[in-house]
Design a protein around this ligand. Sequence first.
Ligand code: NAD
Length: 359
Amino acid sequence: MTDKILILPGDGIGVEIMAEAVKLIERLKADGLDVELEHALVGGAAYDACGKPLPDDTLTLARQADAILLGAVGGPKWEPLDISVRPEKGLLGLRAELELFANLRPAMLYRQLASASALRPEIVAGLDIVIVRELTGGIYFGQPRGVRTREDGQREGFNTLVYSESDIERVARAAYDIAMKRDRRLCSVDKANVLECTELWREVMIRVGRDYPQVALSHMYVDNAAMQLVRDPKQFDVIVTTNMFGDILSDEAAMLTGSIGMLPSASLDANGKGMYEPIHGSAPDISGQGVANPLATILSVAMMLRYSLAQADMAERIESAVGRVLDQGLRTPDIFTDGCRKVGTAEMGDAVVAALGEK
Ligand code: NAD
C-alpha cells in the first residue's frame, strides 16, 4: 500500500533544507519507493497564512499520514507574538495531538568529520548511538506543581516526577524495538538509588525485557551515564531514559559530534508512526542564503524509512550516500575544513542524490 508522507517545511532554513529532502524522496520514488507526498504549513508560515501555528487542515493531514517530515519552525519575526500562537506551539501541538511519546535522538559521527568534535578523534570517530527519551511524561508534566508559600512565610517551588507502569512500558517497548534493529544492546538510565519512580522504571525495563531475549539490557545511573558519554561514548548502542534525563543527555551526546547540521531526530507513537526532523532550528542568521546544511534533514528521511516505513535498505543507501559525499570532500560552511570544497544547500542535496546510484 502507498505510504503517505506529510511534508512540513516550516520557517527559515526549513524551507531550503526540505527542498533537498523532497528531491531525494522523488529520486527514491523513481527507484520504486511507494510513497505519496502531501504538503502543509506549520509554525510562523502557518500563522501568517491563517493566524494559527497548527492549522486544523495540517493536523488532519498529520493524523492521516504514515509519517511526517518537518523542517524547523520559528524566527525573530514571530517572537513578539503571544506565546499561545508562537511557531513552537505548532510543534508541541503535533507532538501532543499525535501522542508522540518516544523521542529518538541519534548521535552519529561520520569519521570524515571527527575533527569537528571537541573530543579526541579516536574517542568519537564512527560514533553511532541512539538515545530514546520519554517525551510526554515525567517531571515536566507531573502534578502537583507550582510555587507556594509555607506557613513560615517562605516560598517553595515543587514539581512531581511521576510515571505509571504503562507509561514506562510503552517507551520500553519502543526502545527494545529500536535495539532489535541495531546492535541489540540497550542501556536504561535512571537514578534508582535515590528516586522511587525510577526504581519502578528499572523494574518495568527488566520485565519488558523478558519479551526481548535477544537484547542485552544494562542499567546505569544518570550521573555515571553523563560521565561515560564523554569518556567512552562508543560503549553504547541504544540508551533509554526519562524525559528530563533524556533532555540533558541527548544534548550532551549531540555535542560529541560537533555539528548541529548533521543530526536527525524522530518522535514516535505506539504504532511506530513518527515525526522526523533535524535537531536544529530555523537558523535565521543564515536563512535565504542557500548555505544551510541539508544533511540532518536528509538523514531524517533515512530514519523515517527505517522506523516508520520498514525500508531499512533504502535508509542504508541514503546513509552510505552521505558518507560518499563527505569522502568526496564536499562540505557546507558549517562543517568546512581546509582542503575540502565548500558547497551550498542545493549542491549538497544534488551530490547526495547522485551518490545514491554509486556503490
Ligand atoms: P538554530 O538551531 O536555528 O541555530 C543555531 C546555530 O546553528 C546558528 O548559528 C545556525 O546558523 C546554525 N545552524 C543551525 N542549523 C544549521 C544548518 N542546517 N546548517 C548550518 N548551520 C546551521 O537555533 P537558534 O538560533 O537558537 O534558534 C533559531 C530559531 O529556531 C528560534 O526561533 C528557535 O525557537 C527555533 N528553533 C526551532 C527548533 C525546531 O523547529 N525544532 C529547534 C530549535 C530552535
